[in-house]
Ligand binder design. Sequence first.
Ligand code: HEC
Length: 120
Amino acid sequence: MKKLSFAILGFTLIGGMLFSCKKTSTTPTTTPITPTTLDTTKVISYKTDIAPLMSQECTSCHSGSNASGGINLSGYSNVSKYASSSLSAINSGFMPQSGKWSADKIAVFSKWISQGKLNN
Ligand code: HEC
């Protein structure tokens, strides 16, 4: 009986030590460096994601017969046609002239391209 109680005492002590060790080593709670609100499983929609972006940010200059740089960005076929040149202009910060897009906006646009520029 004595041996058993020593054993129990021993295990309790070791267990207690392990537990206290665990408690003192706290895991770091730093936030990710590049948070993105983009849901990576989402299929980007031309109609609800891309067209509104273009009309808010680009078509004020890039539409109609007098489109800046001869680049029309209204309507699916035009946006699709100029998608990769637009992405490079956006990535470099050249377009829009009002200021570089946030990483989230760029991610949405580039994802739409990599998903095959769906007309959805
Ligand atoms: C305030 C007017 C304005 C807005 C808004 C604007 N652009 Fe432009 N964009 C221009 C002008 C002007 C040029 C021609 C610049 C030049 O040739 O030097 C141009 C050129 C371009 C080019 C050609 C770049 C090249 O390398 O020749 C692309 C692509 C482009 N814009 C895409 C966009 C996209 C995409 C948006 C929206 C995110 C946008 N632009 C918003 C005025 C604008």
